[in-house]
Ligand binder design. Structure first.
Ligand SMILES: Cc1cc2nc3c(=O)[nH]c(=O)nc-3n(C[C@H](O)[C@H](O)[C@H](O)COP(=O)(O)OP(=O)(O)OC[C@H]3O[C@@H](n4cnc5c(N)ncnc54)[C@H](O)[C@@H]3O)c2cc1C
Length: 460
């Protein structure tokens, strides 16, 4: 099949959802063209930065313990709340049970859960070699079974007549052309890399955010579909954000800029003042609140300050922390007011009266009489050298997407669905996730709905 030849299914994107859709459609006999706006080297969107997916399962050789569909559903309800589309959520969770076997058929292999701070061994399956290996493997499988892939080629618009897509305009460099597939699968991510769009909700502060994933995910196809009458689902203002090392790149910092030192430290803003309880809850439950908290600080900057006692207790970012022999010297390295940082740390240290420190549980070793408190793991910061990471918000993904039905068909803003436009992955995750996040669920949504979208689009 050539790009200029008869085309059954056009798949937009080359992340996990798109590759899953392309493979599923091709295995059902469709002539499939997959377009990816990035170059071949940068293919794979946010999926290339992932490490695992969450799936319901019985105990097996890879994952210890069982993780039932009800427990999975309850975990989801706790983070996303009642507005979620429960039927789609249940469909996705049921599909997660079969996902690993299907992925294995397409070349994916597993590795033991990585050690780190998120403790996901029972619920999440880790890709051998991580997300980059997953993207490489699925791309190779897709090509081997006859999916044609065009890199540096983006969707710029769709010609919609009523509830049908008649044609799609593609662009590569200066060249634009139209294709007329029988069906289209949009699997091209959220709009987190579109700073202008983020600014519509967050103002100029959005310019200070780092975007952890692909610079290509600007939401253009999402915007076009909303203009063409598609239903919006999810939260237009919502994003998932964590604390990342502010020395990382603006885009594509991936996983290695994530900062895990927060519960071991005190967090200060650029006024060298604490602003939130660093020991509120276990880190896996809290790590995703810190991106938003830092986004609310002046200049969207914060510093995580700690000492020699804890420096080896968490995974470092790809950068060495700033190091100094005194808190005042550390403040200078961080461009903070030395007197104020000294006073903040002194007040924190003076508020402590001991207890049995245990970072593996809520140990109740807390501050007293200061605001905000540090409710657990409150060790004094007193043993040089002292350290600091400079932090900014790192946006992982956005929560606005296209409404879909159980066939992954895109819904119209009024009644009904588009006949031949499907969506999978982050671009429709807002049906299920409107806020909060379950680690590993993004790849579950992409795999399950990618497969569904691929199969249904092949049947159009
Ligand atoms: C650092 C990081 C770590 C993460 N870790 C995990 C994890 O371990 N487990 C997990 O479940 N989730 C994780 N996530 C979330 C996860 O990456 C996403 O949920 C998932 O990758 C979404 O897959 P997708 O295929 O929908 O989108 P993506 O993988 O982002 O793919 C979208 C693709 O569309 C392309 N594209 C965009 N616009 C166009 C256009 N106009 N034309 C053509 N192509 C276009 C992009 O180039 C990109 O290749 C992580 C995210 C980040 C940023």
């Amino acid at each position: 099949m050539k790009a200029s030849g008869p085309l059954d299914v056009l798949v937009v994107g080359a992340g996990n959802a798109a590759l899953s859709a392309a493979i599923a459609a091709r295995r059902r006999g469709a002539a499939v063209l997959l377009i990816e706006r990035a170059s071949r080297d940068w293919r794979g969107g946010n999926s290339k930065y992932t490490r695992n997916l969450r799936c319901a399962h019985d105990p097996d050789g890879v994952m210890p313990g069982a993780y039932g569909e009800e427990e999975f559903f309850d975990d989801l309800m706790q983070v996303t709340g009642p507005e979620t589309d429960r039927d789609l959520a249940r469909l996705c969770i049921a599909g997660s049970r079969e996902a690993p076997a299907w992925m294995e058929e397409n070349g994916i292999r597993w590795q033991p859960a990585m050690r780190g701070t998120l403790h996901l061994g029972r619920t999440n399956r880790f890709f051998l070699g991580g997300g980059k290996a997953l993207v490489n493997t699925l791309s190779a499988t897709a090509e081997r079974i006859g999916v044609e892939i065009l890199y540096e080629t983006g969707l710029v618009d769709l010609a919609i007549a009523g509830d049908r897509c008649e044609a799609v305009t593609l662009a590569s460099g200066d060249r634009e052309w139209a294709v007329e597939p029988r069906a289209v699968v949009l699997a091209c991510g959220g709009f987190e890399a579109n700073i202008g769009w983020l600014e519509e909700h967050w103002g100029a502060a959005a310019r200070n955010y780092a975007i952890r994933g692909s610079r290509e995910n600007d939401g253009l196809p999402l915007r076009r579909m909303l203009e063409h009458g598609a239903m919006a689902r999810g939260n237009p203002k919502g994003f998932h954000a964590i604390a990342v090392d502010a020395r990382g790149p603006k885009f594509e910092g991936g996983i290695v800029t994530r900062v895990d030192s927060v519960p071991f430290s005190v967090m200060v803003n650029e006024e060298a003042e604490r602003f939130y309880d660093e020991g509120e809850d276990l880190w896996p439950k809290r790590y995703a609140t810190w991106g938003r908290l830092i986004a609310e600080q002046p200049s969207q900057r914060a510093w995580s300050i700690f000492d020699r006692q804890v420096v080896d207790r968490f995974m470092s970012t790809v950068f060495e922390p700033f190091e100094a022999a005194s808190i005042e010297e550390l403040a200078v390295r961080c461009s903070l007011d030395p007197a104020q940082l000294g006073a903040t740390v002194a007040a924190y240290n003076a508020s402590l009266d001991g207890g049995t420190y245990d970072p593996s549980r809520l140990d109740g070793v807390a501050t007293a009489g200061i605001a905000p408190p540090k409710s657990n793991w409150a060790l004094p910061i007193e043993q040089p050298p002292f350290y600091a990471y400079p932090l900014c918000p790192g946006i992982t993904f956005t929560y606005l997407g296209l409404g879909v039905d159980a066939d992954a068909r895109v819904r119209l803003a009024g009644e009904g669905t588009f006949q031949n436009v499907f969506a999978a992955g982050e671009i429709m995750a807002g049906n299920i996730l409107r806020r909060g996040y379950l680690a590993g669920f993004g790849m579950t949504i992409g795999t399950v709905f990618g497969r569904i979208a691929g199969e249904r689009s092949a049947d159009v």
